[in-house]
Ligand binder design. Structure first.
Ligand code: AKG
Length: 313
């Protein structure tokens, strides 16, 4: 695969986006930039396509104090993927354990300190996630994202080659316990025909190619990845532990976001890792919409982001 030329996100330049760090995170600092207006603009297809491309290159993008409604948030979740080649059979993600509210629907996840939920392991996992945070604690509750591109790029060439082509099992079956506790069934048809049934396990490549940028990314995470299948269990445990440390111990491949009320973060789940910070006592709540992407793949001809951008630091 030949990576797309590095885009300039031309239609968005007038909104003055600012990079938060060298490797990950871009902000639109003015709250006069409203996603609701981008969605309804005359050239909205170009704007939304450029936004998706920006998110895929930068990992996560932030918008201040947004007026976007949940319906428009879902429209954005659909269009980000549809305008950038998401397979037609992928829709919006429905969480396996959804306590559905009529106003929000099963394709919205309530992220809440009063009992929230996280992503599940899927045969066809998510691409773009959009979180609007409407209720915030007085202090704390920041969210951190880490770059999967940079986590891959920092491995030695020998370890990169070793990992390419290996596969890992991801397991979300712990959601059965959550479902039992809440006395709800496991949601079926979770945004893709292959994401149905009771078994929440999937096998994915350890190094994944992003279809839009053509860059390679590390694709294992502590919450769901159980085992690199081609290795003995002890080898797999030790290597996974090292890869998780690669993600969590390198602060210069991360970005930390301090939320303002009604801020929106849009991130690409194919090439980032994220975690909330549990350091607050007040209520914290937001609504998240997530698109289902493509079946993860590794293309041996795909490129390193670092090499493509000729980064020297
Ligand atoms: O609560 C947060 O800051 C992040 C939420 C989260 O983990 C998710 O949306 O997957």
């Amino acid at each position: 695969m030949v990576p797309a030329p590095i885009p300039t996100f031309r239609s968005l330049q007038g909104y003055n986006p600012v990079d938060e760090t060298a490797h990950i995170g871009t902000s639109f600092p003015s709250d006069s930039t409203q996603l609701s207006a981008l969605l309804d603009a005359e050239n909205s297809d170009e704007l939304i396509r450029d936004l998706a491309t920006l998110v895929s290159h930068r990992g996560v993008v932030f918008f201040k104090n947004q007026d976007i409604t949940i319906q428009k948030q879902k429209e954005l979740g659909l269009r980000l993927g549809q305008l950038t080649g998401r397979p037609a059979e992928s829709g919006l993600h429905k969480h396996p354990v959804s306590e559905e509210t009529p106003e929000l629907g099963a394709d919205t996840s309530v992220i809440s300190s009063m009992g929230g939920i996280a992503r599940a392991g899927y045969p066809v996992p998510s691409d773009y996630a959009i979180l609007k945070m409407h209720t915030l604690p007085r202090v704390g509750g920041d969210t951190l994202w880490a770059s999967g591109y940079e986590a891959y790029d920092r491995l030695s060439p020998a370890l990169q080659r070793f990992l390419e082509g290996l596969t890992a099992e991801h397991d979300g079956n712990f959601f059965h316990n959550t479902a039992k506790k809440l006395n709800v069934p496991i949601q079926q048809n979770r945004g893709h025909l292959d994401n149905s049934g009771e078994d929440l396990r999937a096998v994915h490549p350890v190094i994944r190619t992003h279809p839009l940028t053509g860059y390679k990314s590390l694709f294992v995470n502590k919450g769901f990845t159980k085992r690199i299948l081609e290795l003995y269990p002890e080898e797999s445990d030790n290597l996974l532990d090292y890869l998780y440390r690669q993600i969590s111990e390198n602060h210069d491949l991360q970005v930390r976001y301090k939320w303002g009320q009604n801020d929106v973060a849009i991130w690409d789940n194919r090439v980032t890792f994220h975690t909330a910070t549990n350091d607050y006592v007040d209520n914290r709540q937001g609504n998240r919409v997530v698109g289902i992407g493509e079946k993860p793949f590794f293309d041996p001809n795909s490129k390193s982001r670092r090499a493509e951008l000729k980064l020297s630091f």
